[in-house]
Every structure is written in C-alpha cells, then in structure tokens.
Design a protein around this ligand. Structure first.
Ligand SMILES: [Zn+2]
Length: 387
C-alpha cells in the first residue's frame, strides 16, 4: 500500500463513495458522509468529479424534516459497458453488460475447432459489434473478461493447462491484448462463475459471505469467494475439486491420479453410466427428457452420481463452512430432485453440516454464468480500491 500519497487517498475515498453509490438506489451527499465517515467537503469534491465523469446523476430531492431537501444521487450504471466471454469446448459465449452487470446483449456460437486463434478471432468480432453500442456511452467499453475451463494463472493471464481444449501454457491474456485496445482479464471458469453469482444476488450480499460455486459439467471445478475476495491460491490454481480423491485406488483419471471426484460425479460420467446400462448413446438433453419421464435407470444413475457429488460437497463444507454452495453448469438441468439427493449425502456424511445452515442451490444464471462472471472480473477491477 502507498502511504502519505494524496493521489492514493483521493482514489481510495473515490472508491468508497462509488461503492456506496452502487449499492444504494439513491443516496444524498449527507448520507454518504454519514456512512463513509468522510467530511462533507471531500464528498462534494468527489461527487463533482464523478458527475463530470458521468458515473453519477442527480435525480431530484429527498425528504427532509428540517431545512433544505437533500439532492439525491444515483449511480449511472449505463455510463459504460463491459464484455464477458466464456471459452467452451467447441463453443464460445459472450455477454455485454452495463456497469451494474445487467445483460444488454448476448452471443453464442459453435466453433470449428478449439485453437486459441479461433477463439480470439471470435472475441475480436464480438468486441467490434459491442463497440457500436459502447460508443454511445460516455465511458465506452471498459474491458473484456474471459473465463477458461482449466488451470489459469490469473495474475499473468496464462492458461497453464486446459486439457479439454488441449491448451498448454497459452498466454491468452497477452495474445488477446495485442488485438484489443481495451484491458483484458483471464480467469478460470469456475472463479469467474462464482463472481457472476455475487452479481445477480446483490440483495443477499453474497460477496461478503463464504460462497462456493461448483461447476458440474464434463469436469468438476470450484470457485471460492470469502469476504469479497476470490481465493485463488499462490499461483491461482485453487478450486480443482474435480481432482479431490474420494477413492484411494479408484478409477484412473485424465490427470494421472486415481479415484478423483470427477470420475464419479461429472455429467460426462453420469451419461457414460446411463449409456452402458441402456446400451444407447444419449445427449444431456435426451437424458434430462428421460428423467422427466421418470425412467428408473435415469433416476438410478442420478442417485449414484448425486451421492458422490454430495461427498465432494461435504468435504468442501467441512473445509470452509460456506454460507452458500451453488451448483452450476449442466447439472442445473437435473431439477430439485437432484439437490435433494446431494443434500441427503451431506446430512449423512458432513460433520460441519449439522451445525451450519449452508444453502445448497442451483445457479440462476444458467448457461451465462461464466460469461457474466467474466464481465464482473472487469467491473471489480474498475471499481477496486487502489492498492
Ligand atoms: Zn484427476
């Protein structure tokens, strides 16, 4: 932290004021002074700057018991836009949001291959589409966030290993940055999706809680948020719970180890188990249809897979005592019956569970969760306190 530096103090105070504005529909200068502890002259000067920067608007006056009615201020969420992208396996997704994370546009496409260049070209195209809208806003496009399914060094923006994409040591942020003039941030998809959850449930102030987002699709990964911070670990590689070993001499995993959680509780594994029992290949959509039809084999494999996922989640709860465990990705299509199966195992197998009131739920963001979270990567950097 810089100390004794006027610019730093001003940036810090501005960030405090901005965050108060963002979390209140309307607020007066007096209320900001009261809540922040800053003096009125400082507030007046900061608000003047924010008005000039188009980040704040004056929206009428509020009630007053004595004296002049206070002018109400409102955070101008449409002052600029950000883009969030998800690199998928054979597909890409993007959203454009305003400064509050409200989705203004979305894009999705299947890609002909998974080469980094193919994904970059697509993102470049989305950015140029979005630029038309961004140019109409006072601040324009503030940045592009990207979520990638694999090990990502967030500080460097390097994808160390994304086995499903066959990417190893790809400096994705640097490569994309060469093509774009706006800042680029790259993170692991589950970390990004966890940040997406804090954005869509603001009424619950999830970012202040301990929240674990568990992505269950072809693989399993997790993003952990604690007291408004993403816990990334020393190199940004934390959250790989798909490779948590639940059977010492269990099934051989693609990572080279044995008995990893994702060999028992991923959607890919569930489909394999179902296919081998009905001797027929099925897509996730087809499987979900069978579930809806109460197919007993479909229900049976769901019970087995949900039980193993419950063991993984019980381990997470024992470790972190989270307030929320949010299940996302393909698993959200399996309905409340699936949540009940997972809850049952947690009740049976989790030591901490019986003393805590963890809220296990599905993500509300559906297929956009990673892209919206990637947009939040940019927003969090834009509104971050200076360091
Ligand atoms: Zn593994």
């Amino acid at each position: 932290m810089r100390t004794g530096d006027q610019t730093y103090i001003k940036e810090l105070n501005t960030s405090i004021v901005l965050n108060l504005l963002r979390t209140h529909a309307t607020i007066s200068r007096t209320e900001i002074a009261k809540k922040s502890g800053l003096n009125k002259a400082t507030i007046t000067s900061i608000i003047d700057d924010l008005l000039k920067a188009s980040l704040v608007e004056e929206v009428g006056t509020g009630p007053s018991s004595v004296g002049r009615r206070p002018v109400l201020l409102h955070f101008h969420a449409d002052a600029g836009v950000v883009i969030g992208c998800e690199i998928g396996i054979g597909e890409v997704r993007a959203v454009m949001t305003n400064l509050s994370g409200d989705v203004l546009g979305r894009w999705h496409e299947f890609t002909k291959d998974d080469r980094p260049e193919t994904h970059m070209l697509w993102i470049e195209r989305i950015v140029s589409h979005a630029q038309n809208h961004a140019n109409l806003t006072p601040l324009g496009l503030l940045g592009v966030g990207v979520g990638v399914p694999g090990l990502v060094n967030y500080k460097k923006g390097t994808v160390l290993n994304a086995p499903n994409l066959r990417w190893e040591h790809i400096d994705f942020a640097a490569m994309l940055q060469e093509r774009l003039v706006t800042p680029v941030y790259v993170d692991n998809e589950a970390n990004a999706a966890a940040l997406g959850e804090t954005l869509v449930n603001p009424e619950e102030s999830m970012d202040q809680e301990t929240l674990v987002y568990v992505s269950v699709g072809n693989g399993i990964g997790a993003g952990l948020i604690m007291n408004n911070r993403v816990l990334r670990g020393a190199e940004g590689l934390s959250g790989e719970i798909g490779h948590m070993m639940i059977e010492e001499n269990g099934r051989l995993c693609s990572c080279g180890s044995y008995g990893c959680l994702e060999m028992y509780a991923s959607v890919r594994r569930l489909l394999q188990a179902y296919e081998s029992r009905v001797s027929q290949r099925v897509t996730v959509e087809k499987y979900v249809q069978r579930l809806d039809e109460q197919d007993p084999v479909a229900l049976q494999v769901l019970e087995e897979m949900g039980h193993f996922l419950g063991i993984g989640v019980a381990n997470i709860i024992n470790m972190y005592n989270p307030s929320y465990v949010i299940l996302g990705n393909q698993v959200t299509q399996f309905g409340v019956v699936f949540l009940e199966i997972v809850r049952k195992t947690i009740r049976q197998r989790c030591f901490v569970g019986s003393y805590s009131s963890v809220d296990l739920r599905f993500s509300k963001l559906g297929e956009d969760s990673c892209a919206i979270g990637a947009a939040n990567l940019v927003l969090r950097r834009f509104f971050a306190r200076p360091t």
